[in-house]
Design a protein around this ligand. Structure first.
Ligand code: PGA
Length: 234
């Protein structure tokens, strides 16, 4: 893993943007995308740029279960708002959080990932070390999963809802194995609340209790941090 520490999230996001641009210019066609506060600035930079994704595909990491696609809290809505409606992609894939037949939806998403190998995967990290919604203990061999969200994730995400009771308790997520199959990975983490997870990601043992730590086994990961999230690194 290559770790780069910047003074601010804005500078780290600028670096992420440059890596995305380089990847696109080098022929990448499939981008694994994340939601949450962390990648918002990166998406802003992409939207403001002249980069052309009209021949590219996006594959999102995860989606809450039980929200409609029109719900402002859904990740389908987030992606439209922050990226897709401003910067068209040829194909946009997001797990279907309204699926009635869960097994069919998990199989559908695995097939999409199999048919569209991910060139560049963008990741955030949860306070509990999750990537996507792969909560601890993570299945390092897992493909797309239907999972129960950790109480810590529900609490962390409650800031975006009117009340904690409105946060969905289940989600669909791309599995760790699929994330690890991506050719290149950029993980961003900002703020002091991520500092312990970042320390375990980089300095801890590879441990299913810290799902992101498996990235130590991937050959091409760039970790972009701000000073606050890097504060416990040796
Ligand atoms: P955040 O979420 O970007 O909103 O902090 C990251 C995550 O939980 O993976």
């Amino acid at each position: 893993m290559r770790t780069l520490v910047f003074d601010t999230p804005a500078e780290a996001s600028q670096k992420a943007f440059e890596l995305v641009r380089e990847s696109l210019e080098n022929g990448s066609t499939t981008f694994g995308l994340a939601t949450g506060s962390t990648p918002e600035k990166l998406y802003e930079l992409i939207v403001a740029s002249d980069l052309d994704f009209s021949q590219a595909s996006s594959i999102n990491l995860d989606e809450y279960y039980g929200l409609t696609k029109q719900d402002p809290q859904s990740y389908a809505y987030f992606m439209k708002k922050h990226l897709i409606s401003h910067k068209p992609f040829k194909n946009v894939y997001i797990p279907d959080g309204e699926a009635q037949d869960i097994d069919a939806e998990l199989a559908r998403y695995d097939k999409i990932i199999e048919e569209n190998p991910i060139d560049l995967q963008i990741l955030g990290i949860g306070n509990n070390g999750h990537i996507g919604f792969n909560e601890p203990p993570a299945d390092f061999n897992g493909r797309t999963q239907f999972i129960d969200l950790d109480q810590s994730t529900i609490e962390a995400n409650a800031r975006l809802f009117d009340s904690i009771d409105e946060v969905p308790t289940k989600a669909l997520t791309m599995g760790i194995k699929s994330i690890m199959d991506s050719k290149k990975i950029i993980l961003m983490a900002f703020g002091e609340e991520k500092a312990r997870a970042v320390q375990k990601l980089i300095e801890g043992p590879v441990d299913p209790m810290v799902p992101a730590s498996v990235l130590q086994n991937h050959p091409d990961v760039v970790v972009l941090l701000d000073k606050a999230s890097a504060q416990f690194l040796a």
